[in-house]
Write a protein that binds this ligand. Structure first.
Ligand code: CUA
Length: 357
């Protein structure tokens, strides 16, 4: 029994070498492919750099491990498969190999500890509190985000879109009015759950890039989840201050246009209906031919509006759950009575009455 090994071991050494060479070549190809793929959108925060690098390092470390294991499995399945006439044969008995076992325990352990340490360092670094941090409160609800900025005299300024100045550290306090949502701006790379009853936080520092990035909800939160999209506008310091002023003193409340030369811009029903910059997003859930809207989450307005009185339409906008169209669920549409002025609701009613059907 003891004079058999030499021949087998010379052959198996060659096989192991062959296996490792294939593994190394495929690993190199795998890493190159993984790094060539453009995984992320344009970076919009200083956090994006370290996170993208961490991702690349994780790819470089994990692709070879995956490829090595798969190569060995495939190689063995092909090379040592059972051939006709070998049905009753059993392979040579294998006893443990202490040296090999030490290696395959030590290498993954070192790799894991190193990657965990590196991730921890990156995480603490990007979450560091910085001087002159701007505070923004983000409130999620089915199915919209509202952003609150600290205003004068402790009063908050609400905004349906996220506006941020360039090169500014921001601390987001994230909350939810109803179910779990998830506040995510992919360009910032940071993301956190909005959980009813507690405050969660993320820190983001904008870069000098002036741009508009999507804000999305990353937690399935109901039928309108996919429509819970807004935008983050990163603007110059001056533009940002002007924007805050405008939000703090909305034209219809400030009485800028007295008398009015026929139809103030923000009382235009069609604009309210279609423009995503407005606090309504009717078009994302409803169908209305005149506005080019094809949403199906809520009732088809061309279908239902002609049968409704002005008062009923008004109620459906201000307090949608008071009476829900058959076949649709309550609780899906926000109460726009809370965010729109009387004139704006009237403008929507007039517009809908005019074009629906
Ligand atoms: Cu909110 Cu998904």
């Amino acid at each position: 029994m003891s004079d058999q090994p030499p021949v087998a071991s010379r052959e198996s050494k060659a096989q192991v070498r062959q296996m490792l060479v294939i593994g190394a070549v495929v690993s190199a190809l795998g890493i190159a492919l993984a790094l060539v793929i453009d995984w992320f959108p344009v970076p919009g925060s200083t956090q994006a750099g370290p996170i993208d690098t961490l991702w690349d390092v994780l790819l470089i470390a994990s692709v070879p491990v995956f490829v090595l294991v798969e190569t060995i499995v495939l190689y063995c399945a092909i090379r040592f498969r059972m051939r006709p006439g070998e049905e009753l044969k059993d392979g040579p008995p294998i006893h443990g190999n202490t040296k090999l076992e030490i290696w395959w325990t030590a290498i993954p352990a070192i790799l894991l500890v190193a990657l965990c340490t590196y991730s921890y360092v990156v995480l603490t670094d990007i979450e560091k509190a910085e001087a002159n941090t701007m505070q923004v409160r983000v409130v999620g609800e089915q199915f919209t985000w509202t952003f609150f900025y600290p205003g004068e005299g402790g009063e908050e300024i609400a905004s349906p879109q996220l506006y941020l100045p360039v090169n500014t550290p921001v601390n987001f306090t994230v909350q939810s009015k109803d179910v779990i949502h998830d506040f995510w701006v992919p360009a910032f790379r940071m993301k956190i759950d909005a959980v009813p009853g507690i405050d969660t936080h993320i820190r983001v520092t904008t870069t000098s890039r002036i741009d508009e990035y999507p804000v999305v909800c990353a937690e399935l939160c109901g039928l309108g989840h996919s429509t819970m999209r807004q935008s983050a506008h990163v603007m110059s310091e001056d533009d940002f201050n002007a924007k805050l002023d405008e939000l703090a003193n909305p034209p219809e409340a400030g009485g800028d246009e007295e008398g009015g030369g026929g139809g103030a811009a923000d009382a235009d029903g069609k604009t309210l209906f279609t423009e995503s910059a407005q606090p309504t997003a009717c078009a994302s859930c409803h169908t209305l031919a005149d506005a080019g809207a094809t949403g199906t989450t809520g009732p088809d307005l061309d279908d239902v509006i002609p049968d409704l009185t002005d008062a009923q339409i008004k109620e459906s906008i201000e307090d949608p759950d008071a009476e829900v169209t058959e076949g649709f669920q309550p609780g899906l549409m926000p109460r726009y009575g809370d965010s729109l002025s009387d004139e704006q609701v009237d403008a929507l009613v007039t517009y809908l009455k005019e074009v629906a059907g």
